[in-house]
Design a protein around this ligand. Structure first.
Ligand code: FUC
Length: 786
């Protein structure tokens, strides 16, 4: 180990080895804290190592950890293809172009939907309970330190001060719970595991060799708990994921005893518990893993190390990512209040640091639920307490999964995109079958959902599922990763998926009869009813599809040029791109959502999805500086939609207003997002119910207010709200390989520091002032904005 690293670990160990109670009472600015026990799940605090997660309730009398393992999903490998689909495709298209949308709806529903009609849910693993039997306590506090990724609980009972520290380490792959008290012999509790899954809980007995007199004897003692089971059946697909959770209890002093499935620790001085969990999932078509072997190995690896060391390397691994971005929007006395109280009062003003906390909480969440080698963040990240969660807690890819990764690149967490990249590459495999069976097409396609099994068929019903753009949109996230890092090896890895996504559309786009533009059909503008139909969203060529395709095709052209491959394909793509429908401005001055100008006839004018505004954000086809007329049309559409919507839809609006350079409008939306109606006491986003996309979209919106880097420009403070007159940010990333620090005072940029990672040229912008910058790799440039 290099000596500087050793020194750093040493410092961390010293800091973390402070006397009992101190860590919990040490409030740092980046700590969520509460003076009451979590009663509801959305009050509990999330910890996670990208694979293994827990919600910590923190009761003094009873600790409750609700546990998750990211590969514990219902069902098993399956193929949702519907072999009836292809035969009716021409008729469905004919009906749609003839304006017979409701007939098309019926035919799609009868013949084209995936089998089964719904995908598989992500499920809870179960619960660990520690019953302390404590009643009256004083000085109760629980918290979550975002910087160390440690949750703590502390309180005083009968004159004894107790402390609990909990963390999920990505290094040793276990959850660690450390129980201490400021007097010896005070820690007594019973531990048990429960689950709604089909599973069996038992006590683990271990043996130790002792010598009694001269005779060596083997003594059995209870050392932990085991939970063993199988993920559920769902929608006709039998459960195929075997899982095992193991808890090891290691007590200093006192005694450990057991009955059938409960462990009792009595009068210990200190106790460390280790939780491991694993499943048999290897990949979407292989569930032959050995969860017991994995869990045993993880427990024995972790439990042989001292607690301080586990904690130090855990914190270090987290901080390697977390500490890259520092945001300062100002601090006030409001920070002394518990986090739930601050959320209630945020809209009253005077607490700018809560925005910083919200921003860093999202970065914390992404690090905890999407680490290299794991699964991508689901609708609930990693945290779900149900067997039948809302929308199955899976991947909704008509906005939600994409939004989950919006803060990754600018928030300097590019590594966290790896699970998404892997999922998309796997979907390119499963989606090739859907493309062939459903459309007779080359390449691959995914519709509006996917799951652990990488299902790509149209699900739920025609009005939601009959949308072939999910894979193409996900490719845009991967391309964005490339734009930030410009790693050619990464581009080579993702290019086949991008190419396959494009090939599907080269084979399936059709000419619409009026202008002969190339359009998707059947499709829909996500979840929004077609105003020309009675009761369906089915249509041809909604604006969003064309916008996604314009990006996909352009990215394929650029990628194949960079990689020097596929000349003939490039020609094909370029020619199809010129024949796509244009962006259209309608009679009300709005950006048209559909081919026809009918936005104002929509039955829900305030629909949560703002799909046609994809062109403004996350795409940059519409831009204040380069396409002001279209930007004005997008603004009109946004005004028509209104500011308040579900959590994620509010967050999308926030990003869009930031792209329109209206910081105060964006801020008003942010105030709503960070109010009790869209943020739970534990800071989880409320759709409602809990959905993590709003947290991620919210963090991305904050960054869009401070820095934008689309279209080869670094825009400093493009939408700074008057609520943040003075502040600074360090470590944001920008497209083209730049790391940017900004400082501002009285609403004016005072210093931009640009670290050039790749040696690219870029235009800097501060309001109307622009400056062209040539850089060299490794160079740092300072600009005062003039
Ligand atoms: C989309 C949205 C819903 C919800 C679901 C998970 O279908 O329209 O609001 O977020 O995904």
């Amino acid at each position: 180990m290099p000596s500087c690293l050793r020194l750093f670990i040493g410092v961390v160990v010293t800091l973390l080895a402070m006397p009992s109670g101190q860590a919990a009472e040490n409030s740092t600015a980046l700590t969520l804290f509460y003076t009451n026990v979590a009663v509801k799940w959305t009050e509990a605090l999330p910890i996670g190592n990208g694979r293994l997660g827990a919600m910590v309730f923190g009761g003094a009398g009873r600790e409750h950890l609700q546990l998750n393992e990211s590969t514990l999903w219902a069902g098993g490998p399956y193929d949702p293809s519907n072999t009836n689909a292809l035969a009716v495709l021409p008729e469905v298209r004919r009906l749609i172009f003839a304006g017979k949308y409701d007939e098309a709806h019926k035919l799609v529903g009868d013949k084209m939907m995936a089998v089964p009609l719904r995908e598989m849910p992500y499920q809870t693993l179960g619960d660990l309970y520690l019953n302390f039997g404590t009643n009256a306590v004083q000085n109760y506090r629980r918290d979550l330190n975002l910087d160390t990724a440690v949750a703590s609980v502390s309180y005083t009972a009968n004159g004894v001060h107790f402390k609990r520290e909990l963390f999920a380490t990505p290094v040793d792959q276990v959850i660690v719970i450390r129980l201490t008290a400021d007097q010896p012999g005070q820690i007594s509790f019973t531990a048990s595991l429960g689950t709604p899954q089909k599973a069996v809980a038992s006590v683990e007995m271990s043996t130790i060799k002792k010598t009694e007199g001269k005779t060596p004897v083997v003594v059995e003692y209870p050392s932990g708990l085991v939970l063993q089971g199988m993920g559920g059946d769902a929608r006709g697909i039998p459960g195929a994921v075997r899982f095992q959770a193991r808890v090891r209890v290691s007590a200093t002093g006192g005694t450990v005893s057991a009955d059938t499935n409960t462990l009792t620790v009595a009068r210990a001085d200190a106790v460390t518990l280790f939780i491991a969990a694993a499943t048999s999932y290897k990949n979407y078509h292989d569930v032959s893993g050995n969860p017991e072997a994995t869990a045993r190995k993880q427990i024995s690896g972790a439990s042989s190390q001292p607690f301080d060391k586990l904690l130090a390397v855990h914190a270090l691994a987290h901080q390697k990512l977390f500490r890259r971005v520092v945001l300062d929007l100002g601090e006030t006395d409001a920070m002394k209040l518990p986090t739930d109280v601050r959320i209630e009062h945020f809209a009253a003003g005077g607490d700018p640091q809560l925005a910083t906390l919200y921003f860093q909480f999202a970065r914390y969440l992404l690090i905890c639920c999407s680490r290299p080698g794991g699964q991508p963040a689901t609708l609930q990240g990693l945290w779900n307490d149900s067997l039948t969660p809302p929308w199955d807690s899976k991947y909704t890819i008509n906005i939600n999964t994409e939004m989950n990764y919006w803060p990754a690149e600018p928030g300097n967490l590019g590594e966290c995109v790896e699970p998404l990249t892997r999922m998309v590459l796997e979907m390119a495999e499963t989606g090739a079958r859907t493309a062939k069976v459903h459309y007779g097409a080359r390449g691959w396609v995914a519709h509006h959902n996917t799951d652990l099994w990488r299902a790509t068929g149209p699900v739920d019903g025609p009005a939601w599922g009959m949308w072939p753009m999910g894979g193409a949109w996900l490719c845009q996230n991967l391309w964005e990763h490339y734009l930030y890092c410009e790693d050619k090896a990464y581009l080579r890895q993702i290019y086949p998926a991008m190419k396959g996504a494009a090939q599907f559309f080269l084979d399936t786009l059709v000419e619409e009869p009026t202008h002969h533009w190339l359009v998707t059909c059947p499709s829909l503008s996500p979840e929004n009813n077609n105003p020309a139909a009675q009761k369906t969203s089915l249509t041809a060529g909604p604006a969003m599809d064309t916008e996604i395709l314009r990006d996909l095709f352009a990215n394929c052209l650029r990628a194949s040029e960079i990689l020097g491959v596929d000349k003939a394909f490039r020609k094909e793509v370029a020619s199809a791109r010129t024949r796509l429908a244009p962006l259209q401005i309608g009679g009300a001055g709005q950006l048209q959502e559909w081919l026809q100008d009918m936005d104002l006839q929509a039955n829900d004018l305030h629909h949560r999805h703002v799909s046609h505004l994809y062109a403004l954000y996350p795409s940059a086809q519409i831009d204040m500086n380069t396409t002001p007329e279209l930007a004005a049309a997008a603004k009109k559409s946004l005004e028509l939609r209104g500011d308040q919507a579900t959590g994620w839809a509010t967050a999308w609006r926030l990003n869009l207003w930031a792209r329109l350079h209206d910081g105060d409008h964006a801020y008003r939306i942010f105030e709503f997002l960070l109010s009790p109606s869209r943020t739970y006491p534990n800071m989880f986003d409320a759709h409602p119910p809990f959905q993590i996309d709003g947290n991620f979209g919210g963090a991305s919106g904050i960054m869009e207010m401070l820095l934008q880097s689309q279209n080869n420009e670094l825009q400093c403070l493009p939408a700074l709200p008057s609520a943040w007159p003075t502040g600074s940010v360090q470590g944001l990333r920008a497209r083209g390989g730049f790391e940017v620090d900004l400082a501002w005072k009285n609403g004016q940029l005072t210093l931009a520091t640009i670290h050039s990672l790749n040696g690219n040229s870029v235009r800097l912008r501060n309001g109307q002032v622009t400056k062209f910058l040539k850089t060299q790799k490794g160079q740092t440039i300072k600009w005062d904005g003039r």
